[in-house]
Ligand binder design. Structure first.
Ligand code: SF4
Ligand code: SF4
Length: 219
């Protein structure tokens, strides 16, 4: 087994565990709404980690992202993530709309913690249904392209733990793009010498680093 297969296998195991925990929490949350507070906790962890490692949270720590990778990948058309989903105006609009819905509902339900927890469960269920539909039609990580936590991590994680490409070593075999779980094409960043891969949606998963036959990629 080569380095790439080992890395991919370990990541998959972590994602299965994280994804299953997600399904269990979501199911039990309908009966114990206080569990819904794991959602704002995830938001805090995701954004906090961004100041240190960019979107590393979205790799396998995020239960939702793990669920998409682990359980929708075999069923997805893998047609690719629509350009619109990566557009920052679209992403900020989604973020603003979701924050507005959240603020309105918190105000409406305050100070009943059970009602607030149930709101988080309802919101999570609705968005997971949308995410699964998008995963099947387009790409497993379609939702992650405009997820509010991902957008905030993108904006706050600029330049953290950046992937670099050695332009002289790269032979443009494109294996890195095939391995990338969020549709990034690292080889497009080659120019001269060592170049930073400036896409802020990189999950820092390291799959492209492991798969590159020329060792042209590194963090
Ligand atoms: S896998 Fe390595 S050699 Fe192949 S295109 Fe990507 S960076 Fe270049
Ligand atoms: S560019 Fe490389 S490290 Fe970043 S998400 Fe894609 S495969 Fe992972």
């Amino acid at each position: 087994m080569d380095e790439y297969q080992i890395k991919r296998g370990k990541r998959r195991l972590k994602q299965i565990f994280s994804g299953l925990a997600f399904i269990i929490l979501l199911s039990v949350g309908w009966h114990y709404p206080l569990l819904g507070f794991f959602i704002p906790l995830c938001m805090l962890f995701g954004i906090g980690m961004a100041f240190w490692r960019g979107r590393k949270w979205c790799d396998w720590f995020c239960p939702r992202g793990s669920f998409y990778d682990a359980f929708t990948t075999p069923l997805s058309s893998k047609a690719g993530i629509p350009t619109l989903f990566k557009n920052m105006y679209f992403r900020v609009s989604v973020l603003t709309a979701l924050l507005a819905v959240m603020a309105f509902n918190l105000g409406l339900r305050w100070p009943d913690m059970n009602k607030i927890g149930l709101f988080f469960i309802i919101m999570l269920t609705a968005t997971i249904v949308l995410g699964v539909i998008l995963a099947l039609i387009f790409h497993p990580r379609s939702w992650c392209s405009f997820c509010p936590i991902g957008t905030l991590a993108n904006l706050s994680g600029k330049g953290r733990h950046t992937l670099k490409i050695d332009s002289e070593s790269c032979v443009e075999c494109k294996l890195c793009a095939k391995a990338c779980p969020i549709g990034i094409k690292p080889y497009l960043y080659k120019k001269t010498g060592i170049q930073p891969m400036t896409d802020k949606d990189c999950l820092k998963c390291g799959l492209c680093v492991a798969v590159c036959p020329k060792k042209a990629l590194a963090f």
